[in-house]
Design a protein around this ligand. Structure first.
Ligand SMILES: NC(=O)c1ccc[n+]([C@@H]2O[C@H](COP(=O)([O-])OP(=O)(O)OC[C@H]3O[C@@H](n4cnc5c(N)ncnc54)[C@H](O)[C@@H]3O)[C@@H](O)[C@H]2O)c1
Ligand SMILES: O=c1ccn([C@@H]2O[C@H](COP(=O)(O)OP(=O)(O)O[C@H]3O[C@H](CO)[C@H](O)[C@H](O)[C@H]3O)[C@@H](O)[C@H]2O)c(=O)[nH]1
Length: 331
């Protein structure tokens, strides 16, 4: 048995690789390094640079490495970019995923786990959102991912394959042993931006909107630590390998923090009172999105880092480490 991890040189995929290597799995990573870094791939696993849509390459990897399961992280991930360049997202997230799934079917892959997103829900109310909610994504990013969810369900109905769809909420933090972390150039994610500001890499940061219908007027999100997130994939993989049915699950802790709460936590953890500007709303932001977490909590999933200061501390430590590298990605 072996696992093909696509996008394993990226933020979340590199943590998945650490998790699998730590438990002694045979792993091969396929990544074209468009946003990932080869130095983020753990040395215990094989790394191949290439595209998920390359049928001949993926077939060879599956056969040479005895792959029974694919965990598919590779994709394009920036919501505003998907609005400006939707065809990029339909090509890389939908069409390329279609090609990858076809290669998997042709090669008898038994299990396929897919990185989906809370963006498939679109604008929701203030209550936690469950998996069976109406899906009305508002961005090409969300739609490109939802189409892949549908393809997987159709393919699994027609072929002997089981699948897991995991809808991630706001992923943050870094490996507790500092072997990987969020390293993307020009990051837009709140916790990453805030720790960069605390380190003086940015002169100030903005809070996008403070007139939302939330307790303090700023947007509420469900921040999940990346190591807890990848552990959920491991549990789902074990479930599928044991003959369990396909599952679609939210990945969040089921509680929200506002932007102002996150910023205060970053100030407390870092001890730096950095400048914060309260600016206008950012287009497309839902006021609040928190995971209905009943399904994931009904698995044997025991989160280790469900604590905002701990998540922030690890993100901060990783940012400090990145700062010591000569090749640190641009802020
Ligand atoms: N970060 C989040 O908060 C978040 C939230 C919801 C869903 N997701 C999903 O999780 C997955 C991983 O996201 P991430 O934050 O680690 O992003 P990332 O950009 O760090 O990782 C994506 C990786 O995929 C690679 N890649 C992209 N297109 C490829 C292709 N065609 N062939 C081969 N490799 C390719 C990139 O080089 C990169 O290493 C994505 O599918 C994303 O949509 C992320
Ligand atoms: O400098 C910043 C950055 C962000 N924010 C705010 O902080 C919140 C979180 O923003 P992020 O950009 O960190 O994350 P998003 O909630 O926009 O998006 C994340 O969660 C989505 C699902 O909800 C998708 O999965 C997406 O891929 C993932 O990046 C938002 O209200 C945003 O407006 C700021 O105020 N200032």
């Amino acid at each position: 048995m072996g696992v093909l991890v696509t996008g394993g040189a990226g933020y979340i995929g590199s943590h998945m690789v650490l998790y699998l290597a730590d438990r002694g799995e045979k792993v091969v990573v396929l990544d074209n390094l468009v946003t990932g870094f080869d130095w983020m791939v753990d040395h215990r696993v094989d790394f191949v640079q290439g595209n998920i849509a390359d049928n001949a390459l993926v077939s060879r990897l599956i056969q040479d490495h005895g792959i029974d399961a694919v965990i598919h992280f590779a994709g394009s991930v920036v919501v505003p970019e998907s609005v400006e360049n939707p065809l990029k997202y339909y090509r890389n997230n939908t069409a390329a995923t279609r090609d990858l799934i076809e290669t998997c079917v042709q090669n008898g892959i038994k299990h396929f786990i897919f990185s989906s997103t809370a963006a498939v829900y679109g604008m929701v109310g203030l209550e936690p959102v469950a998996e069976d909610a109406v899906l009305t994504p508002v961005s090409p990013y969300g739609r490109s991912k939802l189409m892949s969810e549908w393809m997987l369900a159709d393919v699994a109905a027609a072929h002997p394959m089981t699948y897991g769809v995991l809808r991630y909420f706001n992923v943050a933090g870094a490996d507790p042993e500092m072997r990987s972390g969020q390293s993307t150039a020009g990051a837009t994610h709140l916790i990453k931006v805030a720790v960069q500001t605390a380190l003086g890499l940015r002169a100030s940061m903005s809070v996008f909107g403070d007139d939302y219908p939330t307790p303090d007027g700023t947007c509420v999100r469900d921040y999940i630590h990346v190591s807890d997130l990848v552990a959920a994939h491991g549990i789902l993989l074990d479930h599928l390998r044991a003959g369990g049915e396909s599952r679609t699950m939210n990945c969040g802790y089921g509680r929200g923090f506002s932007v102002d709460e996150v910023v205060s936590t970053v100030k407390q953890v870092t001890g730096v009172d950095f400048p914060v500007v309260h600016g206008p709303r950012r287009a497309g932001d839902p006021a609040s999105i928190v995971a209905g977490a009943d399904r994931i909590r009904s698995m044997d999933w025991e989160p280790q880092f469900d604590d905002l200061p701990t998540i922030v501390e690890m993100a901060y430590k990783w940012e400090r480490y990145l700062n010591t590298r000569n090749d640190r990605p641009a802020v």
